[in-house]
Design a binder for this molecule. Structure first.
Ligand code: 0X9
Ligand code: ZN
Length: 298
C-alpha cells in the first residue's frame, strides 16, 4: 500500500507497482522497459483496457527534483487500480501505460545528495548528468538545449544517448499504431503546454491541441480550484528543444502530446510540501480522464 502523506523513495514506489500487479493481475501488469544509467528499472504500469482500445502514455519524474509529478501520477495509478469500478466508464476504453519515475537515479540523488538535482546521473569528466528533457531526438540540439556537460540543460552527446530516453523511444515506437496521446508531467508553474517547444511555431492542428488542453485545464480547476494556463510551449514559456512532447508528436506521430507543469506558481517551487500530493493527484486524475475521453471519443 502507498500513503499520500509524504514522498516515497524509488525502491518503495517500484515495490508498490509490483504489489499492484500481483494483487490485481486482471487489471494491470508491470513492464520493465529498460534500466537507468545506475541500473534501476524503468517500470511502467499497464492499466489494461478492453482489447483493441486506443493507448495513452503518461510519465512523471523526467526531472529529478520535481517530486510532486511522480507522487501525483502514483496517486492516479492507485485510484484507477484499487478503485477501478468507479472509473470503468473511461478506464475500460483505453490502454494506459504509466511510467511514474522516468529518472529514478536522479530522483534518488535528489533525496540523498542534492535536493535541487534535475538531470540523470550519467557520470561526466567535470560535471555529471544529462537533461533528459533535452535528449529526445526531434530537433535535438536546437534552441534552449546546451552543449556543455556542466549546464543544467545539457542535451547529451547525441539524441537518445541516455538509457532512460532511449527506453521510452523504443517502447513508444513499438506501440505507435495504438498510442494516441503522450503526456509528460513536470513542475512547476501550472501550465498545460503543447508543441512546439523547440521554437515559437505551432503545428497545423494546434487548434485541436488548444481545445483539448483547455478541457484538461478546466477539469483540473474543477477538481482543485487552481488555474492552469494553456498554450504552446515555446511561446508561453521559452524555446527548449529535445523535449519528450515534441518528439512524441514530431517523430512518433502521436497527435495529442502535452507537458503539464503541476503546482505551484513559485511560492515553494520544486520543494512543494507533501501536503499537496492528494489534491495534486486528483488534478492529474482529472487531466488524464479528460484526455482519455478525447482519445476514446467518449
Ligand atoms: O524546460 C523543461 O524541460 C520543462 N520545464 S521544467 O521547468 N519542468 O524544466 C518544459 C518543457 C516543455 N516542452 C518542451 N520544451 N518541449
Ligand atoms: Zn521538468
Amino acid at each position: 500500500r502507498m500513503t499520500w502523506q509524504h514522498y516515497h523513495r524509488a525502491a518503495d514506489m517500484h515495490g508498490w507497482l509490483d504489489y499492484l500487479a500481483k494483487t490485481y493481475p486482471s487489471v494491470c501488469e508491470t513492464l520493465v522497459i529498460g534500466n537507468s544509467v545506475e541500473g534501476r528499472p524503468l517500470k511502467v504500469l499497464h492499466i489494461k483496457g478492453k482489447p483493441g482500445s486506443p493507448a495513452m502514455w503518461v510519465d512523471g519524474g523526467i526531472h529529478a527534483r520535481e517530486w510532486i509529478t511522480s507522487a501525483s501520477v502514483s496517486y492516479m495509478i492507485n485510484e484507477l487500480v484499487e478503485n477501478r469500478d468507479a472509473h470503468s466508464a473511461w478506464v475500460d476504453a483505453v490502454d494506459l501505460y504509466v511510467l511514474p519515475l522516468a529518472n529514478p537515479d536522479g530522483y534518488e540523488f535528489s533525496h540523498a545528495g542534492d535536493r535541487m538535482w534535475r538531470k540523470n546521473r550519467r557520470r561526466g569528466g567535470g560535471c555529471d548528468g544529462i537533461d533528459l528533457n533535452r535528449n529526445f531526438g526531434y530537433k535535438w540540439g536546437g534552441k534552449g538545449a546546451g552543449p556543455q556537460p556542466c549546464q543544467e540543460i545539457y542535451r547529451g552527446s547525441a539524441p537518445f544517448s541516455e538509457p532512460e530516453t532511449s527506453a521510452i523511444q523504443s517502447f513508444v515506437l513499438a506501440r505507435k499504431a495504438s498510442l494516441k496521446s503522450y503526456l509528460s508531467f513536470h513542475s512547476y508553474g501550472q501550465y498545460v503546454l503543447y508543441p512546439w517547444g523547440y521554437d515559437r511555431f505551432v503545428p497545423p492542428d494546434h487548434q485541436d491541441l488548444q481545445r483539448v488542453g483547455t478541457k484538461m485545464a478546466n477539469a483540473m480547476r474543477a477538481s482543485s480550484g487552481l488555474s492552469y494556463t494553456v498554450g504552446s510551449s515555446a511561446a508561453l514559456l521559452y524555446p527548449a528543444s529535445g523535449g519528450s512532447d515534441d518528439w512524441a508528436k514530431g517523430q512518433a506521430g502521436l497527435k495529442y502530446a502535452f507537458t503539464v507543469e503541476l503546482r505551484d506558481t513559485g511560492r515553494h517551487g520544486f520543494v512543494l510540501p507533501s501536503s499537496h500530493i492528494l489534491s495534486s493527484g486528483k488534478e492529474v486524475l482529472a487531466a488524464v480522464r479528460t484526455l482519455a475521453q478525447e482519445v476514446a471519443q467518449l
